[in-house]
Design a protein around this ligand. Sequence first.
Ligand SMILES: O=P(O)(O)OC[C@@H](O)[C@@H](O)c1c[nH]c2ccccc12
Length: 262
Amino acid sequence: MILEDITAKVYIRLAEDMEKVSYEEIKNRAVAMEKHNKPSFKKAIRQRDISFICEVKKGSPSRGIIAEAFPYKQIACDYEEAGAAAVSVLTERDFFFGSLEYLREIAAAVSVPVLRKDFIVEAYQIYEAKVAGAAAVLLLCALLPDEELKEFIDLAKSLGMDALVEAHNAEEIRRALAAGADIIGVNNRNLKDFSVSFETSLNLRKSVPFNIVFVAESGIHTAEEIERLREARVDAVLIGEKMMTSRNKKAALAELRGTDEG
Ligand SMILES: O=P(O)(O)OC[C@@H](O)[C@@H](O)c1c[nH]c2ccccc12
C-alpha cells in the first residue's frame, strides 16, 4: 500500500521537474557528460572484506525524522573518512525528506562513489542521477516490470553508472538476474508493510550466484549481524539508521566492522 502512495507522489514530482527541465534536455546533459566521472560503484563495494555503503537519510515513513540536525555534506564526508566504500543518498522528497540537491553536493564533496536512492519509474530520473554526479542508481524489482528493469539497467550502464537492483524474495531475485543485474540488494525491510527481518538477506544469499555482487540492506545494527553476513559471503551492507544515529561515524563503523579501533 505504502509503496503505491510513494510512487503516486513520485509521478507528481516528476511532472513538476519535467516542466522545469525537459526530458530531451536532461537526456542531452547526461549523455554529454564524461562516462566515468567517479570510481565504479561496483568495484568499490567488492573488496576483500565486507564493504559498507553508508546512507545519508534524514528520515523515513516508518521512522519519521531520524536526524533533526542534518548537515548532510559533513555526514557524507564523515562516512568517507570512516572508511565507507560508497555513500547512498536518499533523494525522495515527500516520504524520506531527501533531495537531489543533497546528492549533487555530496557527490562533489566526496571521492567515493555515490548511489541515488529513490523510487525510479522513468528514464528521466536515471539521467537526472547522472547529471547530479551519481555513480549508481537503485532500481526496485517491486516497482518495475521485466522489460523496464532491463531497459533501465542497460541505460544506467550506457551512461557509465551501475545499477543496484533491489529484491525482497526469490522470485524478485530471479527477475533481477534475468534482466541482467550484476549487483543485487536484498532488502530486509518489506516495502509493503515496513516489517524488517534480518534473516531475509541471509536466507536469500544462496539464491544469488557468487559472481553477482550481493548487498544486504536495512535493519542492520550490530557487529554480530555483520559477522553473520560476512560468513555468508555477503559482499556489502547498506546501513542507514544505525549510522545516522551514531554521533561518531568512525567509531560506529569500526565497531560494526569488528575492528573497534576508532
Ligand atoms: O536505515 P536502515 O534500516 O539501515 O536501511 C537503509 C536502507 O537499506 C533503506 O533506506 C532502503 C533500502 N531500500 C530502500 C528503498 C527505498 C527507500 C529506502 C530504502
